[in-house]
Structures are given as structure tokens and as C-alpha cells.
Design a protein around this ligand. Structure first.
Ligand SMILES: O=C(O)c1cc(=O)[nH]c(=O)n1[C@@H]1O[C@H](COP(=O)(O)O)[C@@H](O)[C@H]1O
Length: 278
């Protein structure tokens, strides 16, 4: 069993949480308060980590938010990765994959240069494009299966000749490519009508389920339908709805402590919602 999977499942069982905090940290959205620092995004991320680490099982760094800012963004990504406690899983949401020779470099980037525990990858270039990721048997590789967006209808949900949707074929392949139980799939929380059936088809895969909060997916359904028979092996990601909590009263957060408190309250609400179903 992949040691990353073990680490995540141990934390899921002990905390009774599936919370994956999405660090989609956008300089245009983070509060003015952080602009006093030389690296506002890094300070923001550290505040989010402090506010959520007691209930988080994973942090997902969506690389787009860092790559968009060039070298400075990548430096923030690296320093953020270094600020996450060891017991908590780290996911590079990079959505990579290319011909094998190139994927080997992507895998090295996100598993070695930046020692993430897991990475997200896209399936449509086939086995040789994903094998370099799966060859890291201790890590976790999340393959996009049925995504949360409307565009999932364009390809993923298209019916094949045998009448089954394309994402089901992805699911079967990913299960067969898993080494040392290191494969996972991404299924959107907005697709709860298919989530239960996908879990039944793939009882041994680890699930990453984004789309709760800003995209409107149901937290309770995501938990109930996404976990495996041991009520483990699933993470529910929340990004915007958690890291940008609504301000009450004055309309402004007066201090970073205030901000952390608001994020911690939001995390606690999500955590309580999860525990009720778990
Ligand atoms: O792979 C992902 O994480 C992902 C897959 C998917 O189907 N839908 C989806 O929203 N995501 C990511 O999950 C996060 C969702 O963010 P919020 O909608 O703000 O919670 C973003 O980082 C998305 O890029």
C-alpha cells in the first residue's frame, strides 16, 4: 500500500475528517491585510494553514495560481509546501501528462524537486503518459475521471459504442494501472448522481472530490457516496468557500488573527458536516 495513502487514511480515521483545503490563493482576492508583508500570498497561505491544520487531511496547491505569477509564484509554492506539517498530505494540482519522456520530467518536478505526496494528471494521452507517475509507488496519482465542470459533457460523459460513458473506461483503466494501491480518481462533487456508481465500480481507488462550496456540490452526498467500505480513501476539496470567508459586521477584517478565526470557523463547519455523515 502506498505510504501516502496510508498516511491519509490514518488521519482520516483519527480525525474523522476528509477535508482537503484548496490553496487556490489569488493575489486579487486575498485581504489587503496581507499586503504589509514582502510575500503576501505566502503569509496568506501560512495563515490558512494555521487556521485549518487541526482538521485538514490534505492541502491541495493548484499550481496555476502560482505559475501565473512566474518565479515569485513558484517560490511561494515551494515555501508553502515547506510550511505544511508532515502528517498532512500535499497535492500538486497540476493536471499534467504528456508523452512518457516528458511525463518523467513532470513526475520528477512534482514528486522530487517539489516533494508533493500526490499529483493530479489528465488521462487522455493514455498509459505511457501516466506510467512515469504511477512508477512512484509510495505516492498517490489522481487521474481526472468525471470532472465538476459543465464541459465534462463534451468528452468525459460521451457514450462509447457499448453505450457506457467514456469516464467509465478511464475508471477501469486507472484501476488496472494502480501499483501498490497508488491510484486515485478525481470526481466532481457536482456529479453526485454518478458518484455512488463510480465508487461501486472502483472500490479500491482513492477519490479526490472537488466542487463543494463555490461550485454548489453537496458536502453530505460527497462524503456519503465518496468513501470506501472502511469510510476512508476520499478527500473532499474546498477552496474559495473556505479560504475567502465572508466577513461579518464592519465589512473588513481588522487583523490577521480575525481572518484566521473566520477561516477556522468555516473549516469547523465543514468538518462538523463531514463527521455527521462519516
Ligand atoms: O482536479 C481538481 O482539483 C479539480 C477537478 C475538478 O473536476 N473540478 C475542480 O474544481 N478541481 C479543482 O478544485 C478546486 C475547486 O475550487 P473551488 O470551487 O474554489 O472550491 C480548484 O482548484 C479546481 O481547479
Amino acid at each position: 500500500m502506498s505510504s501516502v495513502r496510508d498516511k491519509a487514511n490514518r488521519r482520516i480515521s483519527s480525525l474523522k475528517s476528509l477535508l482537503c483545503v484548496g490553496l487556490d490563493s489569488d493575489p486579487d482576492k486575498i485581504p489587503e491585510l496581507f499586503s504589509a508583508y514582502a510575500n503576501p500570498v505566502l503569509e496568506f497561505n501560512r495563515a490558512i494553514i494555521r487556521a485549518t491544520s487541526d482538521v485538514a487531511v490534505a492541502y491541495k496547491i493548484n499550481t496555476a495560481f502560482y505559475e501565473a505569477r512566474g518565479i515569485a509564484g513558484l517560490q511561494d509554492m515551494e515555501n508553502t509546501l515547506g510550511s505544511i506539517p508532515d502528517a498532512i498530505m500535499t497535492i500538486a494540482d497540476a493536471k499534467r501528462a504528456d508523452i512518457g519522456n516528458t511525463s518523467r520530467k513532470y513526475a520528477r518536478a512534482f514528486f522530487e524537486h517539489w516533494p508533493f505526496d500526490a499529483v493530479t494528471v489528465a488521462p487522455y494521452m493514455g498509459f505511457d503518459s501516466l506510467e512515469p507517475f504511477f512508477s512512484y509507488e509510495e505516492k498517490l496519482v489522481f487521474v481526472l475521471c468525471l470532472t465538476s465542470n459543465e464541459g465534462s459533457a463534451d468528452f468525459e460523459e460521451k457514450l462509447m459504442q457499448d453505450g457506457t460513458p467514456l469516464y467509465r473506461s478511464v475508471l477501469g483503466k486507472v484501476a488496472s494501472w494502480s501499483r501498490n494501491a497508488n491510484a486515485g480518481v478525481v470526481v466532481g462533487a457536482t456529479k453526485s448522481s454518478q458518484l455512488g456508481e463510480i465508487r461501486r465500480e472502483a472500490p479500491g481507488l482513492f477519490f479526490l472530490i472537488p466542487g463543494v462550496g463555490a461550485q454548489g456540490g453537496s458536502l453530505e452526498e460527497a462524503v456519503d457516496l465518496g468513501v470506501d467500505a472502511d469510510r476512508q480513501s476520499a478527500l473532499i476539496n474546498v477552496s474559495r468557500a473556505l479560504i475567502y470567508p465572508e466577513v461579518s459586521g464592519s465589512g473588513l477584517f481588522l487583523s490577521i488573527d480575525d481572518y484566521e478565526l473566520a477561516v477556522a470557523e468555516e473549516a469547523k463547519k465543514i468538518y462538523d458536516g463531514m463527521r455527521r455523515v462519516l
